[in-house]
Write a protein that binds this ligand. Structure first.
Ligand code: SAH
Ligand code: SF4
Length: 433
């Protein structure tokens, strides 16, 4: 039996190594009104549902193509607004299907423009998404799981009990929700998407969105969760994001970050093909075992070899090594020199991203001093490897990935309690007449 058979047969995802299997939500969440949510489905699955609902194969295929375009390329959720679909057909669709979005529990904007959303799945699990605008780009930080099974010691998500993998709809839904919020769906003529002469930038994989003037230009799978432990759903969601007839974002503008799930890295390169970021964070076995415990299963050498073998990595498409700066833990001159040595030994087309540690209540580490981070960065730079320091963003709204949920939960729990009280009072008053 293959992994896929196992997951389909049992509803559990099989994970290499000794990690508890994760419950996976069904791709199509059943709704009380019996309608099916199309969000997250590829064109062929939409066609299959239309056929099951009574269309003949040819009609189902045509309708699926039209609906797919409206759904993913145009961001339309109302079948009545799908103007090239026959008027009589639209109520047929509305009776049977919906196009959903993750529910927004809370949306905040930081004074530096960073936005964060706390989102909720249909079965009441909260997860988060962050948008970080910069001068030349806008990056959406997307979650792949609710919580994480890996317990990196400096990461707040690692302290949460993992609830479940997100579905393709919940993953692509984040990007679509961000486009809704930023007002960034293409408007105008129906043939816009298919016309090559609109002057838009054409990527080799069909993306036709310009970076110019667009707010959301890049996606990083760096929110909650380990994307490679939710491989199929992340792949399927990113395929919809990358499809020129779908969200049409170039794979060059998407980065997947992994803590180092070595056995799945080659598949990620082959089946997804986006940029790779690796959470290295330490250069010795002792320290990496402590702060990134998956290192006990897949060590630094294996990880770097998998990076060297990553399909598509080149000097033009470098692998990013993320390195969180922890005071007196991984931030010495020797650590910096060892980092350079390792990158050179494996001949990696690499850049290093130095991340000032973002503290959270109860964390057992402190952030390195700015001088220490600067010195570390210089040593790596002097060896010819780019090593910028990531500027912390949205600190006033706890916008670092993995830290949103708890802060927002506290607030929303208080709000929810208040609302519940108000509801009870209202009920009481109504009962008293
Ligand atoms: N699970 C994946 C992707 C999500 S974490 C991974 O580990 O790569 C995205 C990045 O944020 C990772 O590099 C992670 O190590 C880093 N990170 C997590 N908590 C942090 C914190 N408190 N301060 C700074 N960086 C953190
Ligand atoms: Fe999970 Fe990544 Fe956090 Fe590690 S750093 S606990 S892999 S989300």
């Amino acid at each position: 039996m293959t992994d896929i058979d196992v997951s389909q047969a049992t509803g559990l995802m099989q994970i290499p190594g000794h990690i508890d299997p994760l419950p996976v939500a069904r791709d199509i969440t059943p709704r009380e009104d019996g309608r099916l949510d199309l969000l997250g489905l590829p064109k062929k699955d939409i066609a299959a549902l239309f056929e099951q609902a009574g269309l003949d194969a040819k009609a189902a295929k045509l309708r699926a193509k039209q609906v797919y375009h409206w759904l993913y390329h145009r961001g339309v959720t109302d079948f009545e607004a799908m103007t090239d679909i026959a008027k009589t057909m639209r109520p047929w669709l509305t009776e049977r299907f919906i196009v959903g979005r993750p529910e927004i529990v809370e949306a905040q904007i930081s004074n530096d423009g960073t936005r964060k959303w706390l989102l909720r799945t249909a079965d009441n699990h909260d997860f988060e998404m962050v948008f970080i605008p910069d001068a030349d780009r806008g990056t959406l930080c997307v979650s792949s799981q609710v919580g994480c099974t890996l317990n990196c010691r400096f990461c707040h998500t690692g302290t949460m009990r993992l609830v479940r993998n997100l579905t393709p709809g919940e993953i692509v839904g984040q990007v679509m929700l961000a486009r809704d919020a930023l007002g960034e769906w293409p408007k105008g003529r129906m043939d816009f998407a298919f016309a090559a002469d609109d002057g838009a930038e054409e990527d080799e994989d069909g993306g036709d969105y310009r970076a110019d003037g667009r707010l959301l230009t890049n996606i990083v799978m760096m929110g909650m969760g380990e994307p490679l432990y939710n491989f199929d759903n992340v792949r399927d969601a990113l395929r919809l994001v990358m499809d020129g007839e779908g969200l049409a974002l170039s794979k060059r503008r998407i980065t997947l970050s992994t803590s180092g799930v070595v056995p799945l890295m080659a598949r990620a390169g082959e089946e997804i093909g986006v940029n790779l970021a690796v959470s290295l964070h330490a250069v010795t076995k002792e320290v990496r075992d402590e702060i990134v415990p998956i290192n006990k299963k897949f060590g630094i050498e294996e990880l770097l070899q998998a990076c060297a073998d990553y399909p598509g990595a080149s000097n033009a498409r470098r692998i990013t090594f993320e390195y969180v700066m922890l005071k007196d833990k991984n931030d010495s001159d020797d650590d910096a020199r060892e980092l350079v040595r390792l990158i050179k030994q494996y001949k990696l087309p690499a850049k290093v991203n130095l991340i000032p540690f973002n503290p959270w209540p109860g964390a057992s580490y402190e952030c390195s001093s700015p001088e220490r981070i600067k010195r570390f960065s210089e040593i790596v730079f002097e060896a010819g490897i780019s090593a910028p320091v990531r500027t912390p963003r949205g600190r006033d709204i706890d916008a670092a990935c993995g830290q949103l949920k708890t802060a927002a939960e506290k607030k929303s729990r208080a709000t929810r309690d208040r609302e519940e009280l108000e509801r009870l009072y209202a009920e009481k008053e109504a009962a008293l007449g």
